[in-house]
Write a protein that binds this ligand. Sequence first.
Ligand SMILES: C[S@@+](CC[C@H](N)C(=O)[O-])C[C@H]1O[C@@H](n2cnc3c(N)ncnc32)[C@H](O)[C@@H]1O
Length: 276
Amino acid sequence: MNWVIEDKPDVEGYALSDVLNRVIWGNCLEVMRKLPAEIADLVFVDPPYYLQLPKRKLIRWSGTVVEGVDESWDQFESFEEYDAFTEAWLTAVRRLMKPQATLWVIGTYHNIFRVGTILQDLGFWILNNVLWVKTNPVPNFRRVRFTNATETLLWVVKDKEVKSYTINFDQVKAFGMGKVGANVWQLPVCAGKERVKGEDGRKLHPTQKPERLLERVILSSSNPGDVVLDPMAGVGTTGVVAHRHGRRFILIEREPRYVAAIEQRLWPGIWSLSGE
Ligand SMILES: C[S@@+](CC[C@H](N)C(=O)[O-])C[C@H]1O[C@@H](n2cnc3c(N)ncnc32)[C@H](O)[C@@H]1O
């Protein structure tokens, strides 16, 4: 069984049955164009943050080097270029969402305000912003500002008229902070056994998300059997969690080293997948 589909220019389109419970290796802008409309019940996107880190090495006061996100996929020439990319993938995602589907986008202060403006301009309607408070953030190594310990998740529907989207309120309440289930999630960053390592023993992906974060997203806003799409899948955290909870998934990722990691991570344990 071929779990990884390599997207090629001569492929004009994919049927849903071709891509369910698969990872498509390719540029998500190209791939999403080739997928049928209204296939996803839930979409999770963890896009490049465009961190704009300085080119020089950052050294902690303790003398150790900070491992930032300096991968080529996080590089853009300007905010204009980043905004154009954001608008393109949001437009493509919108076409793939079923009418009652919801979309989650995660980001930091570097990008989330831009993403929020663009998605509102496209007609999406924001249901919530959920604040992920990291219980073990990287301290501010240069001691020049507050330690950044939060990321923001925007939870949105296609437009204001969408009312009967999936919300599993018991879980929403259980995951949220305090008795009222407020929109604050306290969780550690990804570490330990679930962190995917490269051959050199170091972390393979700089921004791998913790499974517990995806668990909250998927359990609160989808049902067993639903189709969960992640068009910039990294090392496949969304697919791992979706499968664990009986959801189907479609993953897209452009970098071959991450696609290989997704294959390792997902398929050794799920030979029973039918792919439908
Ligand atoms: C922030 S990371 C996602 C990490 C992921 N949530 C995880 O837990 O592993 C963003 C990913 O988007 C991928 N990416 C960026 N642009 C892409 C594009 N045009 N098509 C497909 N993947 C893309 C990058 O290679 C990177 O792995």
